[in-house]
Design a protein around this ligand. Structure first.
Ligand SMILES: Nc1ncnc2c1ncn2[C@@H]1O[C@H](COP(=O)(O)OP(=O)(O)OP(=O)(O)O)[C@@H](O)[C@H]1O
Length: 255
């Protein structure tokens, strides 16, 4: 159910990301229409919907990576003016894995917003990066070129880079595609830690299987916003059939 789009009125709403009348047109394709929702801190929020529903587009539009109409506020100010507070991990398919960088290089890139390209990385930055690599269980691979890792290992390295940013808002586009079970567990554990620390964690995911039970809040899209709120509010037969056209199997215990 769309949230009211007049000004955010309570403290919680102003601490959150507040999206109003967001729309995206790619030439002839209208990818998103008038999306209104709130993304709260301390909750794991999933963007769900069928292929081509506009899930990645919503995330990119929030971060100014594609042109859009409408408003995206964080703590009452345009998010676009505060992108240093955001860690974004794109889909693995969008990353150039032939780029000649080691695991350590990639994680240290997460520190650039804090230290700038031209400065030497500080001792603190190195410690933060080291701890991030350790957290995802990738320390022993620190000198390995990223192109030589498995899909799950690559995803963990990008998770470590996001952690090294010490961001307030974490955005992941399809982090569970092409990874192993162990990596999926590590990712959900880290998401739990981030939400427990009051961070905003937003994840594009198309899988309506068992993993959906990890999410606190859902945004269900199919160009339009179909529903947003808790799993119980969103995972109704009516909403799912509106989004997926009446043919959907999902993890029954999830809602
Ligand atoms: N750069 C682009 N130029 C033109 N059309 C685009 C572009 N990016 C996405 N689209 C179109 O916009 C619509 C939404 O795409 P988007 O990638 O946001 O969907 P999605 O829900 O993330 O899909 P998937 O689950 O398949 O990744 C689709 O019809 C897609 O073909």
């Amino acid at each position: 159910m769309p949230v009211p789009v007049s000004k955010p009125t309570n403290t919680h709403a102003t601490e959150a990301i507040y999206i109003a009348h967001l729309g995206v047109h790619y030439r002839e394709v209208e990818a998103l229409r008038d999306v209104n929702c709130i993304i709260k801190p301390g909750k794991l929020t999933g963007i769900f919907g069928p292929n081509g529903a506009g899930k990645s587009t919503l995330m990119k539009a929030m971060l100014g990576l594609v042109p859009s109409r409408g408003m995206v506020l964080y703590q009452g100010k345009p998010l676009m003016q505060q992108l240093e507070k955001v860690a974004y991990v794109p889909q693995r398919s969008q990353i150039d894995w032939t780029y000649p960088a080691t695991v350590w290089d990639v994680v240290m890139m997460g520190r650039v917003k804090k230290t700038g390209w031209l400065r030497n990385f500080s001792v603190v930055s190195r410690q933060v990066a080291k701890a991030a690599l350790q957290r995802v269980g990738m320390s022993e691979y620190r000198n390995r070129p990223i192109g030589q890792l498995s899909g799950g290992q690559q995803q963990r390295v990008f998770l470590a880079r996001a952690l090294a940013q010490e961001a307030e808002i974490f955005c992941f586009d399809e982090p569970f595609v092409g990874i192993d079970q162990k990596t999926q567990s590590v990712i959900f554990e880290v998401f739990d830690e981030l939400t427990a620390a009051g961070k905003i964690v937003l994840v594009v995911n198309h899988d309506l299987g068992e993993s959906i039970s990890h999410f606190d809040e859902l945004i269900l899209l199919n160009r339009d916003l179909i529903a947003t709120g808790s799993r119980q509010q969103v995972l109704t037969e009516e909403n799912l059939s509106t989004a997926y056209g009446g043919n959907v199997m999902f993890w029954k215990e999830a809602a």
